[in-house]
Write a protein that binds this ligand. Sequence first.
Ligand SMILES: Nc1nc2c(ncn2[C@@H]2O[C@H](COP(=O)(O)OP(=O)(O)OP(=O)(O)O)[C@@H](O)[C@H]2O)c(=O)[nH]1
Ligand SMILES: [Mg+2]
Length: 306
Amino acid sequence: MGFSFKKLAQGLLKTKENIVSKLKTAVGLHKKIDAALLDEIEEILISADISVETTGKVVDDLKVRVAKQGIDNSDEVYGLLKDSLTELFSFQSGDRSFFEVVPKPYVIMIVGVNGTGKTTSIAKIARRFMSDGKKVTMAAADTFRAAAIDQLSIWANRVGCNIVKGQEGGDSASVAFDAVAAALARGDDLVIIDTAGRLHTKLNLMEELSKVKRVIKKAMPDAPHRTLLVIDGTTGQNALQQVEIFNKLLQLDGIIITKLDGTAKGGAVFSIVDKFKLPVVLIGIGEQMDDLDEFNPRDFVDAMFA
Ligand SMILES: Nc1nc2c(ncn2[C@@H]2O[C@H](COP(=O)(O)OP(=O)(O)OP(=O)(O)O)[C@@H](O)[C@H]2O)c(=O)[nH]1
Ligand SMILES: [Mg+2]
């Protein structure tokens, strides 16, 4: 379940170096946990792209912990800060693995703005399910570009799963419908629907996603079982707007955050969960097939401070 600690720490190295080196300097300068140190911690968190609002909450929680535990030696601030950051995820129950799916077929719809890592994440997810012995159908509902259909077909071939595709410029909702119907007929365990990247500000394109969701229900009334937004971890604060708009339209079930290996500002993860109380289900820390895995808050925070 989830990445090994070593792999995760390596993947989050840039963010870790950013936060931890600054924290070390601050702790070195202030022997006690006082107002000045807390102010510096606040600045450090904001510089790692944790929103001002979320940072405020974390620092308030940290103050309570400091007072309650009667700690004033600044060396001990790391452990308390890790607890305060982990606390942001307390709403997110980790009792069921992402990879345990019922019913059959379990339909996952993947959405997000352009280039966030939707298609490659689908390949990684499909491969994982296939290695667990599940039968997977991919739906090439990104009909905007022929290249997008080809890209998904190549991945389906490589991981050895089924794919349902339509014509370039065709109706993406009908491709998604056909995929669910085919999976039902074949008895496949999963359908993973790829959709075209789109700007969250383009209303007509966003509306098309609602249609995909509505039309799937005609094939299987409780589908999609999960609608997941893929966020590029290097995006910064704009990610919050993306989550807000996609969530309003599609009632998201969770978030996949990719490319955390490529940023020193992985703190956006904290702002997103704090603001929307949406679970982060998977994170991506590289381009290899095993670089996407389940998100575990405690491991994530530990690796970030390792
Ligand atoms: N470094 C790194 N690169 C990633 C990660 N996830 C995806 N990528 C890369 O991001 C690029 C875009 O990935 P795609 O999966 O094609 O993105 P998409 O969201 O399907 O793009 P559109 O369909 O054009 O909207 C590819 O080069 C991926 O290899 C990650 O976790 N880390
Ligand atoms: Mg794509």
